[in-house]
Ligand binder design. Structure first.
Ligand SMILES: [Ca+2]
Length: 340
């Protein structure tokens, strides 16, 4: 703590810096630091003194000058930070302005994932299974038309096509729109939709409302929060005349001859290849989805459904910052050396 005032028994015109001579100064003088942190010298009373001190409305900064409060610096973990200085603390970016830290949460894009036989993970992390034969709205603000390798992105509010770039990344076609939307599609059953934080709470559809709460994602097209997955999913059909989807039957019960093969292969997700990721992303739901899809697989052979299911876990790991190189000539070799 720098000295707050300069004791002088006799009047002087030559007070240091921009302090002035004053009589009967309280020993507790305001410093810039005391505006940010409690000043221990103010916690006990001492006799008043005469001398040089900061004029009213000014505060002693760490260089010993008297400044208005707005010119005081900020303090971060005991260090002096001048106005305009930026620090990063607990994921937030904080800028020193008017002696106070102004922080903004440094948030990333959130992802909605749809993969395999109707497995969904919403922007807020709600997981559910829903499968029907209609077209459905994934996220209301956008109309995404994907079929057999062709695509179109339309933002509804604006009513016009959003400018976007398309590139191929491994097995994924990546569509990056200029407004904060990134779409990754394997041209089969997996879609990842990434939205920037500006869309928080502004979207609806099967990918949920992206408001940060996992408990209110089943909001129907008519804006009611429901518990039933079919009621929720069917409300987002594009065409009301399309028949409602029914609850999913356990495909391993329907196709018991596939169950052993499925369980044996899907245990790969729980195994050592992905061990680095297990503490970051719970593998159990991905394993269960893998078994279901591999039992249900009726197109492209057993391997395709299985590889898609494993790729979904690998993609989730990658989102969590763990990249796992899992494809080998023996496992899903068709896509060997391709991402996820
Ligand atoms: Ca939500």
């Amino acid at each position: 703590m720098p000295s707050v005032f300069y004791i002088q028994d006799k009047y002087t015109k030559n007070c240091p810096k921009n302090s002035t001579y004053q009589y009967a100064i309280s020993t507790c003088q305001k410093t810039c630091r005391s505006l940010s942190d409690p000043d221990p010298s103010c916690s006990f009373k001492l006799p008043t003194v005469d001398g040089c001190a900061c004029p009213n409305g000014t505060y002693l900064d760490d260089s010993g000058a008297c400044v208005p409060d707005k010119q005081c610096p900020c303090y971060y973990k005991g260090s002096v930070m001048p106005p305009g200085e930026v620090v990063y603390d607990k994921g937030a970016m904080c800028t020193c302005k008017d002696r106070k830290w102004q922080c903004t949460q440094n948030e990333c894009h959130r992802t909605c994932v749809v993969y395999g036989e109707g497995h969904y993970v919403t922007f807020d992390g709600k997981r559910f299974d829903f499968s029907g034969d209609c077209e459905y709205t994934l996220t209301q603000n956008f109309e995404l038309k994907l079929s057999e390798g062709s695509y179109e992105v339309v933002e509804r509010d604006i009513g016009s096509e959003v400018p976007y770039q398309v590139r191929q990344m491994g097995i994924y076609l990546v569509i990056e729109a200029t407004n904060g939307l990134i779409l990754m599609w394997d041209k089969k059953t997996s879609i990842l939709i990434k939205l920037s934080p500006e869309f928080k709470g502004r979207v609806c559809g099967l990918c949920g409302n992206y408001d940060g709460s996992v408990s209110n994602d089943f909001i129907t097209r008519s804006q009611s929060v429901v518990v039933n997955i079919q009621e929720f999913g069917n409300s987002w059909k594009a065409a009301p005349t399309c028949p409602d989807a029914l609850p999913l039957k356990d495909p391993c019960v329907a196709n018991p001859y596939r169950q052993t093969w499925s369980q044996k292969h899907c245990s790969f997700i729980m195994g050592s290849t992905f061990s680095k990721c297990h503490s970051k992303v719970d593998p159990t739901p991905y394993h269960d989805a893998c078994v279901q899809d591999t039992c249900a697989c009726d197109s492209g052979g057993d391997c395709e459904c299985y590889c898609t299911a494993v790729a979904a876990y690998a993609a989730a790991c990658s989102q969590a910052g763990i990249c796992v190189s899992w494809r080998t000539p023996e496992i899903c070799r068709k896509y060997f050396q391709q991402i996820y």
